[in-house]
Design a protein around this ligand. Structure first.
Ligand SMILES: Nc1ncnc2c1ncn2[C@@H]1O[C@H](COP(=O)(O)OP(=O)(O)OP(=O)(O)O)[C@@H](O)[C@H]1O
Length: 241
């Protein structure tokens, strides 16, 4: 089997003629890739392009050879995405049906989707959540539901768009441990260097461009120093700029 690869070639995304991302070239066979960048650097846009939820205005995305925009069916089998806000992901009132939904999209019949969903809940010790209303869950528990729903689809690659923001330290650690245990490849996009320590290969996104790439420790040290420098300098009013 050919090696799994992620290739972004001269990827660009514009809104009303204004570049949000430009000249993004990223090739990496690493299992755990991190993308770090400050607010507004284009992280969520990049996550959506990777998952095939946005169409690039230039360049191309290939995940294991698949163009996630043109080949939606293959993309559903290959790439999963976890958003920052579980409310943007969850559409069903009960946990079991939420987890079964993606599996139905992948073509499983109702009984098979329910069975696989139940097995996923069981593997997380949450079999009793099947009929639980999502509205009764805490924010961390909703994140876990989203994670289980995506993992149940057995993606080869999971895109994480700051899914741990706003969660307390124990919850973040537990969710990160579940992800590690799943063994899935990750592209984790975050403004928080703490999320990405120990990742195999890092990219630093700045104002829609890749400013640096390399090993986690030196890149995160440089990023943190630069963020502190910028924090000492700029005014909050500059953030939109
Ligand atoms: N559909 C859109 N319409 C207008 N502007 C957009 C659109 N999508 C992205 N942008 C702009 O592009 C820039 C990057 O947005 P994006 O959400 O990708 O950044 P981000 O790094 O995820 O930010 P944050 O960390 O604050 O969530 C921002 O200035 C944003 O306002």
């Amino acid at each position: 089997m050919a090696e799994f690869s992620i290739r972004l070639d001269d990827l660009g995304y514009e809104v009303a003629g204004r570049p949000v991302l430009s000249g993004i070239t990223l090739h990496s066979p690493a299992r755990r890739i991190g993308v770090v960048g400050r607010n507004g650097s284009g992280k969520s846009t990049l996550a959506r392009l990777l998952a095939g939820l946005l169409k690039p205005t230039s360049g191309q995305v290939r995940i294991a050879g698949i163009d996630p925009i043109r080949d939606r069916r293959a993309a559903l089998e290959t790439v999963g995405i976890l958003f920052q806000n579980p409310e943007h992901q969850i559409i069903f009132p009960h946990v079991g049906e939420e987890i079964a939904f993606g599996l139905r999209q992948q073509g499983l019949n109702k009984a098979e989707a329910a069975r696989r969903g139940q097995a996923m809940l069981q593997s997380f010790g949450k079999a009793h959540w099947t009929d639980a209303p999502v509205s009764a869950l805490s924010q961390g528990q909703k994140h876990l539901v989203c994670m289980m729903a995506v993992l149940a689809m057995r993606p080869q690659l999971m895109i994480l768009d700051e899914p741990f923001a706003g969660l307390d330290i124990p919850t973040r650690r537990q969710l990160a441990r579940h992800l590690d245990r799943s063994g899935t490849r990750l592209i984790h996009i975050s403004h928080d260097p703490g999320d990405l320590a120990g990742y195999d290969h890092l990219f630093w996104l700045d104002r829609g461009r890749i400013m640096a790439e390399g090993a986690a420790a030196p890149l995160l040290a440089d990023f943190t120093a630069e963020m502190i420098r910028q924090g000492d300098l700029d005014d909050i009013a500059d953030l939109a700029g």
